[in-house]
Design a protein around this ligand. Structure first.
Ligand SMILES: *[C@@H]1O[C@H](CO)[C@@H](O)[C@H](O)[C@H]1NC(C)=O
Ligand SMILES: *[C@@H]1O[C@H](CO)[C@@H](O)[C@H](O)[C@H]1NC(C)=O
Length: 414
C-alpha cells in the first residue's frame, strides 16, 4: 500500500498539528495463555493485520525491500524505518547487513520466504491472541512466485497455530487504460487464490471466502469507476465476499453519490486507509468525530460492512530518500498511546464495525509495523532509525497491546 502513502503523508503533515501529552503505555510484561483457535467462518469481531511478506535476501534482480538499490542494506542504503528484532528467527533465514549494532556486530535481517519466518510470525499471533492476517497480493507482481511461496507458508502456519488469513489485492498499480483491472484480478483469483479458500484457516464471511482489494477510489490510482465497480461484481460472481480498501474521504462521495460511490456500493465491505490522515492530537475531535462516526452510519444505512483501520504511527524518512528530516517519525507512536486511542474509539462506536484492520504486521518501510523491533538503545549506530521505547518490557510490546485491544474489541462487537 505504498503508492499513495507519501502523498497522504505530505497532505496530512500540511493540515495537522501534532499535539500530545498522553501517558505512555509502557506496561509491565504479561504472560499470555495460548489463544483458542480462531473461528474462521466469520469476520465478526476479528482483529486482523495487513501482511506484506515482501522482505527478501539481496540477490540480483530481486526487490528485497530492505535497500533501494537492491544491494546489501547498510548506511545510506536502507528503505526501512524501524529495525526488526530477529533474535527469535531461524539463523539460516538471516543475512548480515553492514549496519552496526551497539556491540559492533553487523545487524542481521530476514528473508520472508525462508522456512520458519512466517511460522514464527504466526506463533507470535497465537501467543498474543491476534486473530490473523490480510495477506497482500500485489497486482504489479502477480508473476513473482516468491509471493506464492509465502502464501503457502501462511496457509500452513495459520492452520498450525489456529489463526486465520485472507487475501487482499493491492491494486495500487492498477491501470484501467491498459485493460480491465477487474478481469485481471478475477483471473488471478480463480487460478491462484481460490485454491487457498478451501483451507480451514481461510477466513470466510456469510458462507463465502473473504477477499479484499485495496486501491479503488484513489485519484492517484488509474482504476476508473466502472472498472472499480466491476472488480467487486466479478469477485462476487466468483463466490467471494468482497471488501475494498479506499481513501478516507469515501463517505463524502457515498453521501453525495459522487466520485467512486458506484464502485464503493458494489463492495460488501469498506475499509478506509487512514495511515497519515490524522495526528494523535487531532484524532478524537477531528477524524473520529467528523468522519469515522458519520461514515459508520452511512455504511450501515447502505447495508455495507465497515472495517475501520488503526495504525500505531508512521515514519517515512528513508522512504522519502532520507532528504526530509521531518519525515522521520512523522507521526510518533507516543509509546503506544496513539494506537490505543484509535483502538478504544473504534471499539466504542455505536454502530459496531465488522472487524478491525490493523496497519500493519510487518510494514517497517512505512513504520506502521507491530512486529517486534529494536528499542532505541538497541538501534544500529551508523544509520538513523526509529526505535521502540527503552522502557518497554520487551520488543513485542505492540503485539501484546494489539492482543489486549483485540480482545476488548471482540467483546464489544460480539
Ligand atoms: C516513552 O518512553 C520513553 C522512554 O523509553 C520516555 O522517555 C518517554 O517520556 C515516553 N513518552 C511518553 C509519551 O510516555
Ligand atoms: C474504464 O476501464 C474499462 C476497463 O479497461 C474500460 O473498458 C472503460 O472504457 C473505461 N471507462 C472509461 C470511462 O474510461
Amino acid at each position: 500500500m505504498r503508492a499513495t502513502l507519501s502523498a497522504l503523508l505530505l497532505a496530512a503533515a500540511a493540515s495537522t498539528a501534532t499535539a500530545h501529552g498522553h501517558e505512555g503505555h509502557a506496561k509491565a510484561h504479561q504472560e499470555y495463555a495460548r489463544a483458542a483457535a480462531v473461528d474462521t467462518s466469520t469476520l465478526k469481531g476479528k482483529w486482523l493485520y495487513g501482511y506484506q511478506g515482501w522482505f527478501r535476501k539481496p540477490a540480483a534482480g530481486v526487490n528485497n525491500h530492505w535497500s533501494p538499490n537492491g544491494g546489501t542494506p547498510g548506511p545510506g542504503n536502507v528503505e526501512f524505518e524501524f529495525v526488526p528484532d530477529v533474535s527469535q528467527y531461524p539463523a539460516n533465514c538471516l543475512f548480515a547487513s553492514t549496519l552496526k549494532a551497539p556491540n559492533g556486530q553487523p545487524v542481521q535481517l530476514y528473508d520472508n520466504t525462508c522456512q520458519g519466518v512466517v511460522d514464527l510470525h504466526f506463533k507470535w499471533m497465537q501467543q498474543y491472541g491476534i486473530d490473523g492476517i490480510v495477506v497482500q497480493r500485489f497486482l504489479s507482481h502477480l508473476d513473482d512466485t516468491s509471493f506464492i511461496t509465502v502464501l503457502n507458508q501462511v496457509e500452513a502456519a495459520a492452520v498450525k497455530y489456529g489463526r486465520g488469513f485472507m487475501v487482499e489485492y493491492d491494486a495500487s498499480g492498477g491501470n484501467s487504460a491498459t485493460g480491465s483491472v477487474a478481469a485481471q484480478i478475477l483471473a488471478d483469483y480463480n487460478s491462484k487464490v481460490k485454491p487457498y479458500t478451501t483451507s480451514s484457516a481461510y477466513i470466510h464471511h456469510n458462507g463465502k471466502p473473504a477477499v479484499m482489494v485495496f486501491g479503488v477510489g484513489y485519484t492517484t490510482v488509474a482504476i476508473n469507476v466502472t472498472d472499480g465497480a466491476n472488480i467487486a461484481t466479478q469477485l462476487k460472481g466468483a463466490g467471494a465476499y468482497v471488501g475494498y480498501g479506499v481513501p478516507p474521504t469515501f463517505g463524502t462521495d457515498l453521501r453525495a453519490n459522487t466520485g467512486f460511490a458506484a464502485a464503493y456500493k458494489a463492495a460488501n465491505l469498506i475499509s478506509p486507509w487512514t495511515v497519515g490522515s490524522f495526528s494523535e492530537g487531532g484524532y478524537l475531535k477531528g477524524y473520529h468525530t467528523t468522519t469515522q462516526i458519520p461514515d459508520s452510519q452511512t455504511l450501515h444505512s447502505l447495508g455495507i460492512d465497515h472495517a475501520p483501520l488503526i495504525w500505531p504511527g508512521t515514519s517515512a524518512y528513508h522512504l522519502n530518500g532520507a532528504t526530509t528530516p521531518s519525515s522521520f517519525d512523522y507521526f510518533p507512536r507516543y509509546n503506544g498511546s496513539f494506537y490505543s486511542m484509535q483502538a478504544d474509539a473504534i471499539t466504542s462506536l455505536a454502530i459496531k464495525p465488522l472487524f478491525a484492520f490493523n496497519a500493519m504486521f510487518d510494514e517497517i518501510n512505512e513504520g506502521t509495523q507491530s512486529l517486534p523491533c529494536l528499542k532505541n538503545n538497541q538501534l544500529p549506530t551508523n544509520e538513523k532509525f526509529v526505535g521502540y521505547d527503552n522502557n518497554f518490557a520487551d520488543t513485542a510490546f505492540y503485539l501484546e497491546l494489539g492482543g489486549q485491544k483485540g480482545a476488548a474489541f471482540a467483546a464489544a462487537v460480539n
